[in-house]
Ligand binder design. Structure first.
Ligand SMILES: C[S@@+](CC[C@H](N)C(=O)[O-])C[C@H]1O[C@@H](n2cnc3c(N)ncnc32)[C@H](O)[C@@H]1O
Length: 311
């Protein structure tokens, strides 16, 4: 892991503009900070999706309508606090399924398994500590009917059109008639989106800076955390909410024997969280080999869990 982590960080800091891969946000401290973010008043995403799953999980089961044994595979499951609502509802109908949460973060997965073993002991679980891309290949391993979960707006974290390639590959690895439930954050008043990524208590700032701390701790780097500032933006035309860390002075950072130069005001690209219109979602489904079965919205229409069927 350390070798891949080092290689990915070095590759990112060698790029122009410098980039740090957001999948490394979630070490133990990062996963804890993200749990705090999910509770923030400004972070509407979790509350909206929680409401959807709390009120519409029975409808999702009916629309999915499994006829025999099935597998629920979740990409980037995190702490699983929302998915628990869906699984509890499914278990009222049947326990003839296996739930396979996949997450690159060991600590997030450990927390999920512990909380599920206590709250839903009848659930058959097959946790997988891996990254999405390798895990996509393992979807092919059996012919069981599948429901693939990709919740919490994780779909918005791909750069360029990475989500198109990801969904096409997912489609190629499942069978016609399998389903995917995908959580999209919807385009809305830009100020609401800006506030969600720039909370008053500064937790999102700490969450971004934590990746520099992690690089210092695990790779022996010497980032001076206090000389980087958190800069989130939102573009209402593209729907891209983007976070940067800005170097507040000319400085050098060492990782082992490598030295990286930062100019004053130079950005490090940290994360993109894309927002979608209903038309964007319909187009994405069509381009990647799916048809939309149903869309489940929260009462404010901030978020949608979209159920797709592989065609
Ligand atoms: C924003 S959190 C969302 C968690 C959960 N889906 C939810 O809705 O609460 C993203 C999760 O995806 C995981 N993750 C991010 N990139 C990943 C990757 N490439 N492979 C596997 N897991 C990844 C992170 O470790 C983290 O737990």
């Amino acid at each position: 892991m350390t070798d891949t982590f080092l290689a990915d960080i070095v590759a990112g800091l060698t790029r122009i503009p410098k980039t740090l891969p957001s999948m490394y946000f979630y070490n133990k401290a990062g996963s804890k900070l993200f749990q705090t973010i999910m509770q923030l008043p400004e972070y509407y995403l979790t509350k909206s999706e929680y409401e959807i799953l709390d009120t519409q999980s029975a409808a999702i089961y009916d629309d999915f309508n499994p006829q025999n044994t099935f597998e629920i595979v979740e990409f980037g499951a995190g702490d699983g606090s929302k998915t628990k609502l869906l699984l509890q509802e499914f278990l009222k109908k049947t326990n003839d399924f296996v739930y396979s949460p996949i997450d690159i973060s060991k600590s997030a997965l450990k927390g999920l398994v512990k909380s599920y073993e206590e709250a839903i002991p009848t659930l058959n679980m097959n946790p997988i500590n891996n990254d999405y891309f390798s895990a996509l290949d393992s979807l092919r391993d059996n012919n069981t009917t599948k429901l693939v979960l990709f919740m919490g707006s994780n779909i918005g974290n791909f750069k360029d059109e990475g989500e198109v390639d990801f969904l096409k590959k997912m489609r190629a690895n499942i069978s016609e008639g399998d389903h995917a439930l995908i959580g999209f954050d919807l385009k809305k008043d830009p100020q609401i989106i800006r506030d969600a990524y720039n909370d008053n208590s500064g937790v999102t700032r700490e969450f971004n800076l934590n990746l520099l701390r992690r690089i210092n701790e695990e790779l022996g780097a010497n980032f001076d955390i206090s000389s980087f500032s958190h800069y989130p933006t939102y573009n209402p035309i593209t729907g891209d909410a983007t976070s940067y860390l800005i170097s507040m002075k000319d400085q050098q950072v060492s990782i082992g024997d490598r030295v990286f130069e930062f100019k004053y005001a130079e950005p490090i690209f940290m994360e993109i969280s894309k927002k979608y219109s209903e038309d964007n979602i319909a187009e994405l489904a069509e381009r990647t080999g799916f048809e939309i079965v149903n869309n489940y919205f929260d009462c404010k229409h901030y978020f949608v869990d979209s159920l797709w069927r592989a065609q």
